[in-house]
Design a protein around this ligand. Structure first.
Ligand SMILES: C[S@@+](CC[C@H](N)C(=O)[O-])C[C@H]1O[C@@H](n2cnc3c(N)ncnc32)[C@H](O)[C@@H]1O
Length: 219
């Protein structure tokens, strides 16, 4: 598997984390200075429906949920303040720069990417097509998972193919249950009787990336 990964890397442009400045008003969440916390990330949390219920249902885990669009983040932040879960951080930032500046290698248990923007006209912006995805995998612990959901067949077909052929990471695809209500977009698509897909990718033991020892200040 390592050989395949190295081969596919030769075709993939290398992500350049050192080029990314810290997001405006960047602050390191307190939880990242603690040991033995089970850390979960959500990228593109929207108005926070999934993040808020995940934090309530998983008091043993700490969720950092990142949303870049101001009006969605404001709605999320308001609800997060009302709920006041001490195991949830709502972050207004571009997730790529924020993760580069905040997250240590081999430190995350799960990463949710639920109903990302389809990027049909700009497929190189789909998460599994981006060089950043290698960096993201370096932040996962062994056995950690990336959970991707979408209602777009072509997005899922491509993600599944990239997971196999480029990232060489074990994965399983399934249909999201028709009564699932994790996010606002999921509720909307399932109400229209659309098929929603989920791809769960798990980082195996011995998996290598070019960023396994890369951390801010120690590139
Ligand atoms: C289609 S919406 C889905 C929102 C939510 N996950 C849901 O299912 O209801 C995708 C969200 O991802 C956010 N997003 C896209 N790229 C992002 C990035 N690089 N960092 C943070 N958020 C991002 C967008 O602002 C948008 O709110």
């Amino acid at each position: 598997m390592t050989d395949n990964l190295e081969l596919s890397h030769q075709k993939k442009r290398e992500f350049q984390p050192q080029r990314l400045s810290a997001p405006r008003d960047f602050m390191m969440p307190e939880v990242l200075s603690k040991d033995e916390v089970s850390l979960v990330l959500e990228i593109g949390a929207g108005k926070g429906k999934h993040a808020l219920s995940f934090a309530q249902q998983n008091p043993d885990k700490h969720l950092i949920a990142i949303e870049r669009t101001r009006n969605k983040f404001d709605a999320f932040a308001k609800l997060a303040a009302q709920q006041n879960s001490n195991n949830l951080d709502a972050i207004h930032a571009d997730a790529i720069a924020w993760i580069v500046h905040a997250i240590a290698p081999n430190s995350i248990d799960s990463i949710f990417i639920l109903y990302p923007n389809p990027e049909q006209h700009n497929p190189n912006q789909q998460w599994l097509n981006m060089p950043f995805f290698e960096f993201l995998l370096s932040r996962l612990k062994v056995g950690g998972e990336v959970i991707l959901a979408t209602n777009i067949d072509a997005y899922m077909d491509n993600a599944e193919q990239q997971a196999h052929e480029v990232w060489c990471i074990p994965n399983r695809r399934r249909k999201v249950k028709s009564d699932s209500q994790r996010t606002h977009f999921e509720v909307k698509y399932l109400a229209r009787q659309e098929t929603c897909w989920q791809l769960t990718m798990s980082k195996p033991k011995g998996y290598r990336t070019r960023f396994d020892n890369w951390a801010i200040g120690n590139p």
